[in-house]
Design a protein around this ligand. Sequence first.
Ligand code: ZN
Length: 391
Amino acid sequence: MGNEDDMTIKLYEDNPYLVENKAIVVSNENGIIVLDRTPFFAKGGGQEAEGGFIDEYEVGAVYEKDGIVYHECVSDLKVNQEVTCKINFEKRYDHMQQHTGEHILSGVVENKYGYKNVGFHIAEHSMRVDYNGYLNEEQLLAVEKKANDVIRQNIAIYQGYPDGDDARLEGFRFKKEIEGDIRIVDIEGVDCCACCGTHLKSTAEVGMIKIISSTKYKNGVRLNVLCGDRALDYYNVILKQSNVLSQLLSSNILELADGVNQLTQKKILLEKEVSSLKEELLYFKVKELVKSQEEAIFSFENIDNKSLKKMSLMLREHCDKDIFLFSELDGRLSYIFLSNSRNLQELNEEFKRDFGAKGGGSTKSVSGSVVSDVDTITKWMHDRIYKSHVT
Ligand SMILES: [Zn+2]
């Protein structure tokens, strides 16, 4: 894996945190390079490779198989050629902060609650950690506090291959059985774990551990955690949004929830008011139209059944003509017919037969719904009403 201490940080104008490391090409076949030693991290143990360059050639995936690290890198590099490897140290350091943060958190969880880390992955913007026991909100706050205490204690971190009689080889944390030499990452008094990942020199370098969210997962819990600069970046994004919300709501930044709650309540009241005004408006509109027509066939859009019913009752109070109301809502037409003079049950049977309408009622009032369009229905209705008047 290469020794991180051998690396020198060199500043480049286009990519300021490239770490340089010399190596010799052992093989180069079909765009896959093997080096005699490598600073590149091979994907594994929940940690991704960082990418980088071998001389001027870009490195893609880096993976290990049977102890050999393979670099995807299309180039014309020759065997035995000395090359300069450059890794993106900014990304490496971010991974170190996340991974060490995970070890601290997992050590605290195991010491405090006895739950084991059973899953872990560092993605580009988030880190997922799974434990085999559930932790409630209060317990998570306690874990987070303790983990941040560990950071402040500035505990030196050991990473390496201890001798056979080293106490670190007793009772270390591991996810799967390992053969051969065991690489141990030890944060004394907090966590001792078999791990191939890259880690910081001291817990202080993690800076901060913040649990962003938790969900029940299998019999335990899945956490989304941010460490170090990621936690700070996240804080800045939230702060920026909160400042905008604070201005929009004219609310103190620490009282945004109250502000949104008030806004929601206002919205509910306004919606009620709008709905009642709409009803009133429709009623007057219909009343005006009724005055000028012998029979009243009216079609509307987006009036729900409840409002349509209310409207029909209001109209009945002020008008003794026959009333035919339709409202188009979500692809269906709701209808209500009211009459003092004709047998509506007969009309409704005809309507149901011709249009497959569903509904019923009395001789003076029927209601229901039908899948059809307003124009066809209105024409049909006019024909029936006209016919009945002639006969
Ligand atoms: Zn690890």
